[in-house]
Design a protein around this ligand. Structure first.
Ligand code: HEC
Length: 106
């Protein structure tokens, strides 16, 4: 488990240093969010969350302590409402990049 978190954090650090690949990563995160998350969450388009309990991705990414480590915690040990996702560490880093791009654009 610790290894998974370390990898996710390391990937985040690498993407921060290379803007072009960070953009690719965010694009991949958007595709992942459209596949796995949009069913319940507002993932960036101006839309209400499909599930009223589910916070928008922009709101989640604005929270202190947000990052792929937090995502890993949430998604590896999903709370009862959320299903389990077959996501890799790289997928988590991509989702993080996409979610952070939502707040960076403001
Ligand atoms: C089946 C509906 C559903 C799907 C699909 C879903 N979520 Fe959620 N998610 C929720 C609900 C409802 C909450 C708020 C409930 C709570 O936090 O107790 C939530 C909360 C969260 C939180 C905040 C949890 C916390 O404790 O900080 C994150 C982060 C999150 N979701 C990320 C994702 C990501 C990323 C995906 C796609 C890989 C996803 N969710 C897919 C329903 C869903």
């Amino acid at each position: 488990m610790a290894g998974l978190f370390l990898t996710a954090v390391t990937l985040g650090a690498v993407s921060a240093g290379t803007p072009a690949s960070a953009q690719d990563r965010a694009a991949r995160g958007k595709a992942l969010a459209e596949t796995w998350c949009v069913r319940c969450h507002a993932i960036g388009e101006p839309q209400p969350s499909a599930l009223s309990d589910a916070p928008s991705f922009e709101a989640l990414a604005s929270q202190p302590g947000f990052g792929s480590k937090h995502l890993a915690n949430v998604l590896v040990a999903p709370h009862p409402v959320m299903p389990e996702f077959p996501l890799t560490n790289d997928d988590l880093a991509a989702l993080e990049a996409y979610m952070q791009s939502l707040t960076a654009a403001k």
